[in-house]
Design a protein around this ligand. Structure first.
Ligand code: CTP
Length: 465
């Protein structure tokens, strides 16, 4: 679809749009959105198409998303180089990062570098000829779940305390009603200055949170004291704590199983499968990023434990079931593990040796963990979600599993070797529920995880599963 920008409209129309936006107290962009929304609603009612009612949202606010969005304002100090690393650390915690650079920041880092790391162009000007809309600061302020200012220089802190709006960073900070976290960085004498301390007291009273500054050496040789910017990992942890408290799944307990199970044949041999655990771990990480308290019960995988998640490492299906039952009660249980269906009936205490004929290994069925939890008479999680790894008749098999296992949703995927899903980084899901089948587009396992968390959030907010 060709893209249309406000700049392409004729002057008369632009003028009318501006007037209308001002009258309604909206940005020009939000005014255009409101016009399109109402035109679409008219067209749909004319054509007899009805849409499910959108979740309640403030007019002009984007719908609540499980992905947390951080607007990182980079101020002009030598510590700005650390803010490039901070972009990555925030992303590691599941946040989507957008950057604003002050004019001074651009002496230390470039908008190109910040934009490349964030995956979206960095913003620099209040009146940006590149921007489609002329009041971008309102949108930047609104679209974020949290604003992080790092480094927060003495000048930026003073501007914030004084309510200035003479550049993009200051205007966004004045226009926002979202939480703000600042990571001050300056020379120890500037930090100790009465004016700076007065401004900080004002900001703290205004509800702005602080991380750092730390003690240590300054960029200038021989200078040391309080004023070093907190490390990117510390800032990301402080940001995650704020987002966590305000996340879509804050206050909810989520259980996730992930990875394969490994069933011992003898002390050196196991019965296992090819599951990498990538999808289950991504779901646990996305749930934690959305503020849930997450327990991840994982079989042997080579992945790192996701941040902010309680991980219980197990090997066998029976250990997985015990760990799952111990983690209950939960609001939501998601079973992404590839549990071995069978285990050797007896584990040989010593290594089986090659004497003549190959041994016959008698197998017995493992407990079905998903089915056990879904059929609980008391303490059943409100939402029980399974996966169906299939190579044939994906939807029909998934529908049969939904019924048999008694779960609420099944995420079905085709794990035939040609799809590359097993062990790969992307996934193509069909969401099977009692209400029908929904085909999701091929996307990364991280994106599947975020989409699932959004669906869970909507389901928990609504009356039906
Ligand atoms: N599952 C489980 N415990 C088992 C087997 C499966 O909790 N012992 C869960 C999986 O985590 C998944 C769902 O059940 O959420 C379906 O797993 P899948 O391997 O697709 O199906 P199976 O039940 O093993 O059936 P089959 O192997 O016959 O396809």
């Amino acid at each position: 679809m060709a893209s249309l920008t406000v700049r392409q409209l004729d002057e008369k129309l632009k003028q009318r749009l501006r007037l209308r936006a001002a009258r309604n107290g909206r940005s020009v962009e939000d005014e255009v959105r409101a016009i399109l929304r109402s035109a679409a609603a008219d067209a749909e009612s004319f054509a007899g198409i009805s849409e499910p009612a959108p979740a309640a949202a403030e007019e002009g606010e984007p719908a609540r998303k499980a992905t947390r969005r951080v607007l990182l304002i980079i101020g002009g100090g030598i510590a700005a180089y650390k803010s490039l690393d901070l972009i990555r650390r925030l992303q590691d915690r599941g946040a989507q990062v957008r950057c604003v650079l002050t004019r001074a920041a651009q002496h230390f880092v470039t908008p190109l570098a910040a934009g490349a790391l964030a995956g979206e162009r960095a913003y620099t000007d209040l009146f940006d000829p590149q921007s489609e809309f002329d009041v971008g600061h309102i949108r930047l302020a609104r679209d974020a779940d949290l604003i992080v200012v790092a480094p927060a220089t003495a000048d930026l802190i003073a501007k914030m305390a004084g309510g200035h709006a003479d550049d993009l960073a200051a205007a966004v900070l004045l226009a926002t009603n979202k939480p703000i976290l600042i990571a001050p960085a300056m020379n120890p004498r500037m930090w100790a200055a009465k004016a700076t301390q007065r401004n900080l007291a004002q900001l703290t009273a205004d509800g702005v949170r602080l991380v750092g500054p730390n003690d240590g050496e300054m960029a200038e040789r021989g200078e040391a004291g309080t004023g070093r910017m907190a490390e990117p990992l510390e800032i990301a942890a402080a940001a995650a704590a704020i987002l966590h408290a305000a996340g879509a799944l804050a206050g909810k307990r989520v259980l996730v199983t992930s990875g394969p199970t490994s069933e011992p044949i003898d002390p050196v041999r196991v019965l296992a499968n090819r599951s990498s655990g990538k999808q289950g771990h991504a779901i646990a990480a996305a749930a934690a990023a959305a503020g849930a308290e997450v327990v991840l019960v994982s079989g042997p995988v080579t992945l790192a434990d996701p941040p902010g998640v309680t991980v219980v490492h197990i090997e066998t299906a029976r250990q997985m079931l015990a760990a799952v039952e111990k983690a209950l009660p939960v609001d939501v249980a998601i079973f992404a593990a590839a549990v071995a269906d069978w285990r050797p009936l007896r584990m040989s205490a010593s290594k089986i040796k090659k004497h003549g004929q190959p041994p016959t290994i008698a197998l017995t069925e493992n407990p079905d963990i998903l089915s056990t939890v879904a059929h609980r008479k008391s303490g059943r999680p409100r939402l029980v979600i399974g996966f169906a790894a299939e190579t044939d008749d994906v939807v029909a098999n998934a529908e049969a599993k939904l019924k048999k296992k008694g779960c609420d949703w099944i995420l079905a995927n085709d794990v035939s070797p040609a799809t590359g899903i097993m062990g790969g980084d992307s996934n193509t899901i069909r969401l099977v529920t009692a209400g029908g089948v929904e085909a999701w587009p091929p996307q990364s396992k991280d994106a599947v995880a975020r989409a699932l968390i959004e669906r869970i959030d909507a389901a928990l907010a609504g009356p039906k599963k």
